[in-house]
Design a protein around this ligand. Structure first.
Ligand code: FRU
Length: 482
């Protein structure tokens, strides 16, 4: 453990596999006081390969216990992304009376007999021992459609109102919705999205859930990740839709032309939410990378990390209802010393490179203002606000190692209006990532960075005019490896 925490670029408070390649979070479910995190895993290499489900559990989504691989490839193929649920009422018949267990619903990614043509089908596995061991269902696959090539990433939930299981499945350029009484037999319900939102790449990793809105309504949120098409500057990224769902059809509240991005940084992909959390929270986790360069990032013994777990909510803004996100309150468990700084302080030395920075700035006459994090003499990351264009940005063009991909250096921008002339930032700085939440989570910008040294110093800048500093609070964070 202690060795791992010393590797160059090893995340200190974000989940990363002990070794080898990881991509999407899978099978996220809360059961018997444990948060399960499964993930796309290639145990034999540090690049993408035949997929297994890696596994870890946690009491708080911050400290993780790494467990053995949960699902191995079989005669139906590799184990692609999917979800897990608690079968509380034994609808599957897999469990004994009063002893509910876990069911994983995943994509078996194989090929047609005697050819290389991909064949993606949905399969089940179940566990009677809190996810420690799994049995694959003998009736696999449970859902196939030979006419659709990209047919994957089932996310399943129990729909109270209709007493049915609902599956959202990525089907090329749409999301197809199926329903079931027992997770084994699935019926087509509807298809969403032919012309809605962004179609820049293949649709992947959907999620669908209900959330209260701050005005007392309830709305459904559909999350859809969009693969890298090799052309757009952004690579792979994630959009969402807000609308209504009646158990079979999702109706988008917006025009087809409206695109809502879940995150404006380059490194938050394939994220979905935990199932069966009992306290009412909807908690999301994404893969903190981008298909454009995920296989090339400069780490040695492992590749990739997850974002911080984030609580989702819906709030009304002047543009309409939007999805807000903030790190789960359990991050308090890694907070150490906290220090507030006075308005006069221009440059603040950092006592640690693991930091939570909260800052509130008020625009006076300045055209551009924000903070600079200095990693070394040559390396710095800038988080700024452009008051002319009304945009927040994270500039990683000089943050550190950039050489592995020409797509990596980037200024990541998001449209954002100031709130009474004020910009409020909550920033989480780890050894190789920065997550920025602006104005109480209205905007998230998640970005990898690969500085050669620990962050040393924070300074506040104000270009072409003045900015008032209302609050600067720095909190040191603990490593989860010790
Ligand atoms: C998304 C994805 C999924 C697929 C998995 C394969 O990142 O492409 O659609 O199931 O990764 O590892």
């Amino acid at each position: 453990m202690t060795q791992m925490c010393k590797e160059l670029h090893r995340p200190q408070f974000h989940f990363s596999p002990e070794e080898k390649w990881m991509n999407d979070p899978n099978g996220m479910v809360f059961f018997n006081d444990e948060y399960h995190l499964f993930y796309q895993y290639h145990p034999f290499g540090t690049t993408w390969g035949p997929m297994h489900w890696g596994h870890a559990v946690s009491k708080d989504m911050i400290q993780w216990e790494h467990l053995p691989i949960a699902l191995y490839p079989d005669e139906l193929g590799a184990i692609f992304s999917g979800s897990a649920v608690v079968d509380w009422n034994n609808t599957t018949g897999f469990f004994e009376k009063d002893k509910p267990g876990l069911v994983a619903i995943y994509t078996s990614a194989g090929t047609y007999p005697d050819s290389d043509r991909p064949l993606q089908q949905q399969s089940l596995a179940y566990s009677k021992d809190n996810g420690r061991t799994w049995v694959k269902y003998e009736g696999n696959p449970v859902l196939s459609d030979v006419n659709i090539t990209d047919y994957r990433d089932p996310k399943v939930f129990w729909h109270e109102e209709t007493n049915k299981w609902v599956m959202v499945l990525a089907t090329g350029q749409t999301i197809t919705i199926y329903t079931s009484l027992n997770l084994k037999e699935w019926e087509f319900a509807s298809e969403f999205g032919h012309t809605a939102g962004s179609h820049d790449g293949v649709w992947e990793c959907p999620d669908l859930f209900k959330l209260p809105v701050d005005d007392g309504q309830e709305k459904w949120v559909m999350i859809v990740s969009i693969g890298d098409n090799g052309q757009s500057a952004e690579g792979s990224r994630t959009q969402y839709f807000i609308g209504e769902f009646d158990g079979s059809t999702f109706v988008n509240d917006h025009d087809d032309s409206t695109i809502l991005w879940l995150d404006y940084g380059r490194d938050n992909y394939a994220g979905v939410s935990w199932s069966d959390i009992q306290d009412g929270r909807r908690i999301y986790l994404g893969w903190m990378s981008n298909w454009r360069y995920a296989n090339q990032v400069p780490t040695e013994t492992w590749r990739s990390a997850m974002t911080l777990p984030r609580e989702l909510s819906l709030s009304s803004t002047e543009n309409g209802i939007r999805l807000f996100q903030k790190p789960v309150e359990e991050v308090r468990t890694i907070r150490k010393e906290m220090k507030k700084y006075g308005v006069e302080s221009g440059t603040i030395p950092l006592a640690s490179s693991l930091m939570e920075i909260t800052i509130e700035l008020e625009k006076e006459t300045s055209k551009q203002f924000g903070i600079v994090l200095k990693h070394s003499e040559e390396e710095r990351t800038v988080i700024g606000y452009d008051a002319v264009e009304e945009k927040i940005f994270v500039d990683r063009t000089k943050s550190g190692d950039n050489r592995f991909s020409t797509s990596f250096p980037a200024i990541q921008e998001a449209p954002l209006k100031l709130n009474r002339q004020r910009l409020k930032l909550q920033v989480f700085l780890d050894t190789s990532s920065i997550e920025v939440f602006a104005n109480d989570g209205e905007i998230a910008i998640t970005s990898l960075i690969f500085p050669s040294e620990d962050a040393k110093e924070l300074s506040i800048f104000s270009n072409e005019g003045t900015t008032k500093v209302l609050d600067v609070t720095l909190t040191q964070l603990d490593s989860i490896w010790e």
